[in-house]
Design a protein around this ligand. Sequence first.
Ligand code: NAP
Length: 289
Amino acid sequence: MVKPLKIVVTGASGFIAKNLRKYLSEKNLELVSISRNDFKNYKCETKIISKNYEEKNLLKKIQNSDVLIHLVGIGKQSVNTDYDMINTELTKYIVNLSKKARIKKIIFLSGLGVSSSTSLGYFISKYNAEKQIINSGLDYTIFRPSYIVGKDDLFSRNLKKQIKSGEIIIPGSGNYSIQPIHVSDVVKVIFESVLELKFNNKIIDLVGPDYVTFEKYVKLFSKGTKTKIRKIKLEEAYHNAIINSKSDFGIDDLNILIGNFKGNYKKLSKISKIEFKSVLKLLQSGRLL
Ligand SMILES: NC(=O)c1ccc[n+]([C@@H]2O[C@H](COP(=O)([O-])OP(=O)(O)OC[C@H]3O[C@@H](n4cnc5c(N)ncnc54)[C@H](OP(=O)(O)O)[C@@H]3O)[C@@H](O)[C@H]2O)c1
């Protein structure tokens, strides 16, 4: 009998990890999932609860896995956890741990807009993480996602919360665009990158087929809900983000939106066999959430 693939997932309680673990648990696989907090595991899944990913708790259990999918990341900083600590240094640590454990490949989710010429702290931390992975000598696939949407993602949750309050805020003109991709396609393409050698040692934008302005997206999202849409000046949006860590849009949420990044959907659809869903069509037919 062929040995099932053994896959390690970090950040197991996160949005993408939850969707991915569910998808992978339906395949013939052995999963090892790591989270800081307790979670419900699948039959084929070994659960590891670890606050700091200490080597002594992990090494044996992840030894000789085929792939590690690193889904730990933050998009907001605080005095306790900053981008360098989590996005870069923890990735560096996980890369070294993977090497020690003789794991063959690492898959990482970076961000759309990351490049060697970026000046944004969030992107710099992801860029430095990418470098750790590229220079590790391990096989890798790095995805650079736009907004990954589905049931319970942070972006849609934020919009839903605003709808509940009766009003959605658009920072500035709303003319900047996003390229949302559905999480059900994301988990499929991650699995393709586990199985197929053509994904090895590549950086691939993870974007959907639609490139749509934020204003149009918000209008479709709130269609049929009587929600008022109110544009506020960027100055006001940034001011709210600076003085209130719980504001609807954080500083880097604004930076990323206004960055207006466009990914290479052609490249993704060429390498993958997936027929990517149009998030706009899902929204139009009320089937997104
Ligand atoms: N969702 C998107 O649209 C999107 C877009 C671009 C890039 N990405 C990237 O994709 C990855 C997964 O994103 P996601 O949407 O699933 O995010 P998420 O729901 O916030 O999950 C990220 C996970 O990272 C772990 N984590 C956070 N802070 C940590 C810390 N201080 N120490 C250790 N672990 C920590 C947590 O895992 P546990 O709670 O299990 O410990 C958390 O659930 C991230 O790297 C993110 O930057 C996502």
